[in-house]
Design a protein around this ligand. Structure first.
Ligand code: SF4
Length: 342
């Protein structure tokens, strides 16, 4: 059966025509899905019984089941969802001053093999479809009754390795007739798939781009992130500069600090050199220690020194508040523990 959430509004209109229905039905259905968040076609009460029946016969609303939910003392909620094909994915809900933010997965597993990531070591099973990405938001909204205002593509998977579906899901999430989450409130994070940075720069997409940088020399970065062997720091920076020039938008560089690895002042100096003059912001993240992982979290003292050095040298840097550190909040951790497939 086709997942009705895999259609953006224009496609849903086409789909309605293809089943001999009027295109305006698409807007009604879209509203039932993304505004009313219904779990059954029977609840779409302004559609004829005949159409509701037709929808039931041909489509699914793909409603996720919660396998496990962990709740942190700070309110962060982590979900392990059964996505109805035998696979499980993780989604995290975080509360900030400016509202609720959700961290979505884009793939079942990940091919990128970053050494500090709990998804590494598990196979990449498949890409998520656009509807499967959007359902993560709907499932959390159903469970909590809250309205999500920000979406970050920082869960399991490399969004640019599933480029078309991720872009399509952004279009769906962003649609004013549905979830209506503004593009400026959607952030896509990549480990550095350089060709897609150029593509996204040329698209005039209003989303925020985050780059997982984590090191300033090719030697260190390749040891942490195998993608660096394919696209090294020089190529990555060239693409980032192109993106900034083309979009006039600020890039957010993620830098996970690992004790005695990339957290000393020498690294901070080299980061300043690398980013000098760029329209950017640095997000410092105390690395989340994973089971059997080789990296340890930096000391608070080092993290603060690192931030202060960047700020004193003209690079705006903040330390990301550690949310959910009493639960398995780092991407892939919950799934790994539950023996997830991928
Ligand atoms: S950090 Fe992101 S890109 Fe790297 S392995 Fe984990 S999920 Fe994949």
């Amino acid at each position: 059966m086709k997942n009705i959430k895999d259609y953006n509004l224009d496609e849903l209109k086409e789909e309605m025509i293809s089943i001999n229905e009027k295109p305006f039905r698409a807007e009604q259905i879209f509203k039932w899905i993304y505004v009313e968040n219904v779990v059954d076609f029977s609840d779409m009460t302004n559609l004829s019984l005949e159409l509701r029946e037709k929808l039931k016969q041909n489509y699914t609303l793909n409603i996720y089941k919660i396998i496990k939910k962990q709740e942190s003392l700070d309110g962060t909620k982590k979900y392990l969802f059964d996505i109805l094909d035998g696979n499980a994915i993780e989604t995290v809900l975080m509360q900030y001053k400016h509202g609720y933010s959700i961290c979505v997965s884009s793939q079942v597993g990940c091919k990128m093999g970053c050494k500090f990531c709990a998804s590494t070591g598990l196979a990449c099973v498949r890409n998520l479809t656009a509807g499967e990405i959007a359902e993560q938001i709907l499932a959390v909204e159903r469970d909590t009754g809250i309205k999500i205002s920000n979406v970050v593509f920082m869960g399991i998977g490399e969004p640019f390795d599933n480029f078309d579906n991720v872009l399509k899901s952004i279009k769906i999430i962003n649609n004013q007739k549905g979830l209506n989450i503004g593009a400026r409130h959607i952030s896509v994070s990549t480990c550095g798939v350089v060709p897609k940075i150029y593509e996204i720069a040329d698209m005039d997409l209003q989303c925020t781009l985050s780059i997982s940088l984590h090191a300033t020399t090719n030697e260190k970065r390749s040891a942490m992130m195998p993608i660096n062997n394919k696209y090294n720091i020089e190529e990555l920076m060239k693409a980032c500069k192109y993106y900034i020039e083309k979009t006039n938008k600020r890039i957010s560089f993620e830098y996970a600090l690992a004790k005695d690895n990339n957290d000393n002042l020498e690294d901070a100096r080299s980061l300043v050199k690398l980013l000098k003059g760029m329209l950017c912001h640095v997000n410092l993240i105390p690395i989340n220690k994973i089971e059997n992982g080789k990296y340890d979290t930096s000391t608070n003292e080092n993290i603060i020194k690192f931030r202060d050095y960047l700020n004193d040298h003209g690079i705006v840097a903040t330390i990301r508040r550690e949310l959910g550190d009493d639960i398995d909040a780092a991407c892939g951790q919950l799934r790994r523990k539950e023996g997830g497939n991928g």
